[in-house]
Write a protein that binds this ligand. Structure first.
Ligand SMILES: [Fe+2]
Ligand SMILES: [Fe+2]
Length: 210
């Protein structure tokens, strides 16, 4: 079976990711190897914690691995470029239905769509939840909003009764007002709400001191 590990073992993928890693040094946050692996880790946690049907796990992890590959050409329209690249890359590697779900998820990962597949909703949520200090690149430290990530130790999705809790562990320097006025924070809330609703859970974001 073709898995996300095969994606990372591919020579072309390795080359593209290392070029994105190089470009990331001039950006505010990671879109390369580090981010792809973080999305995978978060997606695995979401599947575990919320008992999401494991038949979709591998497809989701493949989508996580490839979703930002289009960043090689910059941020603008990157989801479309990732989709086009993944369509060629996955051509003879998967059956038609899973391939279609993965490609649709990649193409739309910059949006939050109510009628999306579970794969797309987990991808979007994992992507948005990768906002702790490990995502930050040096240039992000002078970028309003983004710089607050330096004070986020960890972001943990947790199931408690019928709640979908996102626990954000922050240090004393964290400025919640600046963080809440950052446009990206609203995207996190939207992505969490969308997945929580699909799972029949109530979303809740909690900030805790490290
Ligand atoms: Fe993206
Ligand atoms: Fe991403």
């Amino acid at each position: 079976m073709f898995t996300y590990k095969d994606v990372f073992n591919d020579k072309t993928i390795k080359e593209i990711l290392s070029k994105i890693d190089y470009n990331d040094r001039q950006r505010i946050c990671s879109h390369g190897t580090r981010h792809a692996y973080s999305c995978i880790r978060i997606a695995k946690t979401l599947f575990d914690e919320f008992k999401i049907n494991p038949i979709y796990l591998q497809e989701t992890l493949i989508a996580c691995s490839l979703h930002d590959i289009g960043n090689l050409g910059g941020k603008h329209n990157h989801a479309k470029r990732s989709f086009k690249f993944a369509r060629i890359f996955l051509k003879d590697k998967l059956l038609k239905a899973p391939k279609k779900r993965i490609l649709t998820a990649i193409k739309n990962h910059s949006k939050t769509r109510k009628n999306a597949s579970i794969i797309e909703k987990v991808l979007v949520c994992s992507d948005k939840l990768d906002m702790s200090k490990t995502r930050l690149m040096p240039n992000g430290n002078s970028f309003n909003g983004m710089r607050q990530s330096a004070f986020i130790e960890e972001i943990k999705p947790i199931r408690k009764l019928d709640y979908f809790i996102v626990e954000i562990i922050v240090t004393n320097q964290f400025n919640i007002n600046e963080w809440n006025s950052y446009y990206f924070t609203k995207k996190i809330v939207k992505a969490v709400n969308n997945l929580a609703k699909t799972l029949g859970l109530k979303p809740k974001i909690e900030y805790k001191k490290a």
